[in-house]
Design a protein around this ligand. Structure first.
Ligand code: NAD
Ligand code: DAU
Length: 334
């Protein structure tokens, strides 16, 4: 029986990861430690509420009193908890520095104190910054350009320092842009699908030609599981979907899938410091035997279908009704 501490498990990727774990393993216990910020939604894990192998704990990774006993009970720590949205980091960086850097430090310190079998720091391809041509390898220097990616870079390097200095069994993953079920409707794909359903405009930043490498969230979860079992301590692994597309290409796909007009596209002022292109060289992971399984067009269509079939989920969030749900469910306000 392995015990996992998944932080940020009520968010988009963390929730998918917990679904993945329970689909793959019987003999595990999962502690999900999540502060339930605006992005955390216990509804994402409703089906596990009565599962004796699943424990949800509302708490802050920045609180060592809280984190310590949970780390002490866990074999494997996977740190997804973060403020994750670049636009929000431009408007208000404070929480990004606090959670993404200081929170990671608290978890690492607890792991040092109590000992763990594996500590996975979920980093991001954004730490490398933008690249015009070619692709980044794991040894390339970091050049983050937003407060979000700078805070993630801080945690990424801090985690590495705990491997070098304290011999803690750390692995760092740097994944590209995820899409799929349960993504808070503020990111490009989840926002544009849900806006298009409601016949609202799709705000494309700048000329829409920025490029991202899209990966289906299940492939990310699968890669994290793969590196837990096959990765080396102290190593960094790029995880890419191999699907580089411009934002306009993604937008057009969504409009076509929903049979909506191009007139919904609205070009708006560009994001400050907007990285032009992300691109990862994933040879290292590929040579170890991992590759993404999902085709972009098929998985993006499945994602559109998921948002069609789960309108109550995202409408509740968009209308602010979720705050009411939280209050009735937990007896207090956020
Ligand atoms: P998300 O915003 O959907 O979820 C983040 C979760 O963390 C939420 O449930 C939130 O309540 C929780 N959280 C925030 N602050 C916390 C705190 N102080 N203590 C405990 N919990 C807290 O984010 P996501 O898109 O699921 O991303 C998860 C992780 O993956 C992040 O570390 C992010 O940097 C990384 N990542 C994301 C992508 C992507 O495309 N979304 C790609 C690569 C890496
Ligand atoms: O690359 C991995 C990163 O991907 C993760 O580390 C981040 O947590 C995640 O938020 C994501 O960051 P991006 O900034 O790339 O994702 P976002 O969905 O916000 O934007 C994707 C692209 O779409 C980017 O070029 C900006 C553009 N965009 C985004 C939004 C929300 C628009 O044109 N309009 C929009 O309304």
């Amino acid at each position: 029986m392995k015990t996992y501490l998944v932080t940020g498990g009520a968010g988009f990727i963390g929730a998918n990861y917990i679904h993945y774990l329970f689909e793959k393993y019987d003999d595990i216990h999962v502690y999900n430690l999540d502060k339930l910020t605006y992005a955390g939604n216990p509804e994402n894990l409703k089906e596990f509420e009565n599962n004796p192998n699943y424990t949800f704990i509302k708490g802050d990774i920045c609180d060592p009193e809280f984190v310590g006993p949970l780390v002490a009970k866990s074999d494997i720590v996977v740190n997804f908890a973060a403020e994750s949205h670049v636009d929000r980091s431009i408007g208000a960086p404070d929480d990004f520095i606090r959670t993404d850097v200081f929170g990671a430090f608290v978890l690492l310190e607890s792991a040092r104190k109590h000992g763990v079998e594996k500590f996975i720091q979920i980093s991001t391809d954004e730490v490398y910054g933008s690249i015009e041509k070619g692709s980044f390898v794991e040894t390339d220097p970091l050049m983050p350009s937003s407060p979000y990616s700078a805070s993630k870079s801080g945690a990424d390097r801090l985690a590495f320092s705990y491997y070098v200095t304290y011999d803690l069994p750390i692995i760092i993953s740097r994944c590209s842009n995820n899409y799929g079920p349960y993504q808070y409707p503020e990111k490009l794909i989840s926002l544009f699908i849900t806006n298009a359903f409601e016949n609202k405009q799709l705000p494309v930043y700048g000329d829409g030609k920025n490029v991202r490498d899209w990966i289906y969230v299940w492939d990310h979860c699968n890669a994290v599981d793969f590196i837990i079992h096959n990765g080396q301590n102290g190593e960094i692994y790029n995880i890419g979907g191999g699907n580089e597309r411009t934002n306009l290409e993604i937008t057009e796909f969504i409009l076509k899938a929903l049979d909506k007009p191009h007139s919904l596209i609205k070009f708006v002022t560009d994001r400050p410091g907007h990285d032009r292109r992300y691109s990862l060289d994933c040879t290292k992971l590929k040579n170890m035997g991992w590759k993404p399984e999902f085709n972009l067009e098929t998985a993006l269509q499945a994602t559109v279908n998921w948002y069609r079939e789960h309108q109550a989920w995202w409408k509740k969030i968009k209308s602010g009704e979720y705050l009411e749900y939280y209050k009735s469910h937990y007896g207090k306000s956020l």
